[in-house]
Design a binder for this molecule. Sequence first.
Ligand SMILES: C[S@@+](CC[C@H](N)C(=O)[O-])C[C@H]1O[C@@H](n2cnc3c(N)ncnc32)[C@H](O)[C@@H]1O
Length: 383
Amino acid sequence: MASPAGLLGLLRAQGARLGPWEEAVGAIRRELFLPDDIEVGDEVISRTISPQRWLEAAYSDVSITTQVNDGRPTGTDEYRLPTSSSSQPSVMLEALDLLDVQPTDRVLELGAGTGLNAAWLAYRLGSDRVVSVEVDPALAERAAKNNAAAGLSPRVVAGDGDRGWPEGAPYQRVISTYAVDEIPHAWVDQAPQGRIVSPWGGSFFPYSFAVLDVHEGSAEGRFTGYPAFMRSRIRRPKRGYLNDFLHHRQHAEHATTSLSPLTVAQDADALFYIGLALPDAWHLPVAADDDSGEMTLWILADDQRSWASADYTPDAHQYAVVQYGPRRLWDEAEAAHGAWEALGRPTRARAGISITERQWLWIDEPKRDLSALLPSPVAKEAT
Ligand SMILES: C[S@@+](CC[C@H](N)C(=O)[O-])C[C@H]1O[C@@H](n2cnc3c(N)ncnc32)[C@H](O)[C@@H]1O
């Protein structure tokens, strides 16, 4: 059934964390928050051409791309980089559950997008308790209009969400719907006794929710979940053709390693800790398509100067490594992996984050600073 009730039933059946959001999900029409042209995965759906399919998508538990290429007119033959979306409802609920919103809280949302999350918050708390910041002024305007169509009026502000919105502070809850690699201090300052939930991580592993509690201006938190959100539009890493990252192959250095690239690629805890040492490089596991069970783990630097590959072959004990550029990215990843092993292969759940005047990651307790236990990021020295 393509309706809020249908979506609610679907989410219930999936065991989504509905909690106090059930009424809002059942009452608010997601279709009011979507443009006529949307994308679900690779499928472009026009409301005019396929109204039924469009409506079905609106009430499915899927993330829906609502803007590509920052809203620049884009031909059908151009690459379409998703730059705004209506997030997957079950993931929105997961984040709201972590936020633990109380009925009298004032909430600051960063990344208004379509305005649907702000609408759920406004429906439950009252519009005057919700502020949402969106970096794209056209989207901010649209989010406010979408809310008005649903009979709601949270304040939607155009600006960089990293700055929060001090005019509305103090807030009790801060929720970001774009990913950051560092929690902006403004969020801590504007919720001095509150909770912050944000997708968090550098290029290597941006797939964690950071959940922090703030007391007297300092914050402490942990990591959970595996959300995949867009990164801040303001600090977007470089993009380009694969060849922009992967060049000078004939000049690359060859070596071998005994560390299995498959083991590294498949262990989310290892990737989380390696990512702390390589926040400015991304990884790409590519499997062979010939049933050989082989794969290559690529590591590519955000600055497009260095890259590495490590080839996995089943039953082998040594794996071929190729590296190029001012950095030896596989060596860095292997050193970080070794440090993680020396720590006893901790899970991500043992890691925490503290924010005072500085920000640091730790293991088990704030005084076990991970920057002293893992190799430190070397990007700055290499540039
Ligand atoms: C996943 S979408 C938002 C989903 C949205 N909350 C909803 O309910 O539909 C992420 C949004 O964050 C916005 N964004 C990215 N970087 C931002 C920044 N630095 N400040 C504010 N908004 C930002 C994007 O333009 C995009 O609209």
